[in-house]
Design a protein around this ligand. Sequence first.
Ligand code: WT7
Length: 674
Amino acid sequence: MSEQEKSGTHYAVHWQEEDYYYPPAEFVGQANMTDPKVFERFSLDNFPECFKEMADLLDWDQYWHTTLDTSDAPCWKWFVGGKLNASYNCVDRHLAKFKNKTAIHFVPEPENEPIMHMTYQELYRRVNETAAVLRDFCGLKAGDRVTLHLPMTPELPITMLACARLGVIHSQVFAGFSGQACGERIWDSESRVLITMDGYYRNGKLLDHKSIGDTAVDVAAKLGQQVDKVLVWQRYPGKYSSSASMIEGRDYFMNDLLKTYARTYVKPVSMPAEGILFLMYTSGSTGRPKGVQHSIGGYLSYVAYMSKVIQDIHPEDVYWCMADIGWITGHSFIVYGPLAIAASTVIYEGVPTYPDAGRVWRIAEELDVNIFHTSPTAIRQLRKAGPDEPAKYNYKFKHMTTVGEPIEPEVWKWYYNVVGKGKAAIVDTWWQTETGGFLCSTVPALAPMKPGSAGPGVPGIHPVIFDDEGNEIPAGSGKAGNICIRNPWPGLMQTIWKDRDRYVSTYFGKYNKNPESKDWRDWPYMAGDAAVMAADGYVRILGRVDDVINVAGHRLGTKEIESAALTVEEVAEAAVIAAKDEIKGTVPDLYVSLKPGYEPSQELVAKISGAVATVVGKIARPNKVYIVPDMPKTRSGKIMRRILASISNRTDVGDVTSLSNPEVVEHIRKQVQG
Ligand code: WT7
């Protein structure tokens, strides 16, 4: 058995190639990027100077002298010598032309609450006032870290931009994450300020959110990180919507503090290009989440360019990305990219199918949205809840994006024909938290779409597929391997926060042959996905090769779920696998064995499932919990997750005779499959 098979990362390629779909002429006629020479400009012969084309989308206080500095390989430094401010680039510089244009359309979940249209002028004022609170009341300065645990309301981008204005590093934790998860991230980032909100709407309920922040502060304190101030935004300014008490001398309402700073102007701090814009924690193959560290100049150049060239955003478009800003998609493609190029960006607070399957299309119609961006999971959900709903509404998309997971050609075709009404160009964008922006996608006016394929590398990205020995797998061979990027690019993370070794070993360890090398050619970036490249260079992503599960386009670490299960007294061993799911792509199935003397019961199943939801967050709640007599193990004692995955997914378990306990496999199979 090969290493790949042992770890369950071995993929069979069994689909057929799909036909091309060509972008509508109407789209091509108005597109931002119609010059096929863009790929020549971004060829490896022109590396790295070609990336000037991206940086030139920004306003620099001081222009850089070195495009790429490789002296600390593979921690690349982009646009060295340059100085800029991200908040200035996303807000101030648009005032001259777009002061009265909407920057943010905020759609509350309750349909009877009015939509708020916030102009660039108003965004500017609110970012300044918020920055004043952070600087003058909290004493925060460039380089400090602040944890945000904010839901999908305008206060989230306002707070992010206020941090960016000061050079303060924000670390936004997805609001759906538990107090435990948030507390660990406060601790790892060493934040002494937490910014949260009292409550927000989800599925018709006003959730109590502030209390989760209280838990987070306690968890951080136990780990050794003291939080001195908790700033609380109010969902309804002036009214408190949480049952948690406000702790004197620690907790403050933003609404009260802001009164002191009304109309204050805060000068944007001119930051080095290689300063840190934010941390975004993501799951990896060990229990400890990694703080992916993104730069100011490189990241912002990259997402601005991608928003313009791949998302095709013009200032006059209405652009709606339905992701949560708590994930990288929202950071790059709701906030930083679109605002850097003066878009009108939509923020929707709630659940796409609330109160019914027509909600999304009503919002699109009401706001005249013409660029729409979402995940395969949301598309599957909307299709299931109301396959004929889009036809009932009078909206018209010119462009649509799918992101986060592989999309089945069937689902893609519904998106194209029914949601897009056959009139929109689609891009399937493959990328990661670590990569800042897109890696593979078609340039929508320049290349046809192929259902189920992300497409070739975007301008500036040169993908390659390697086998386990580091040999290139030629395009069109039909063989899968590890997808890597040959070259550095400005959107790539700088490192893992406080853990350079983990950065180097996780992403470069397998294919770098000389750790001393300062030549970027020696450092292909390994994404951790299995993929296959067709003869036309289009890439199909097959899934993760590491211990990461992708649920509804969100990344979860198996180790995090397993250690949460192990917090339950009765549990001896736990193993999580990705089970196929009609809506969410994959979902976690959890297998556990009990300590001697305990018996399986329904109550215990509920307790284990509840523990995972409390420790990690509701999104990690297992689809199924199976209490099994023993885990299938190798002779060296390694749990064979691959076998459990085959059982959950009803595929062939293969040869199990070399296990230390082969008889348990059939027992588990009967238990699960009946
Ligand atoms: C993982 C990254 C990219 C932002 C959202 C998720 C999977 C992402 C695609 C796609 C197939 C995709 C990969 C990747 N993935 N986009 N278009 N087709 N798979 O960010 O949480 O960092 O997860 O999501 O497996 O490695 P993330």
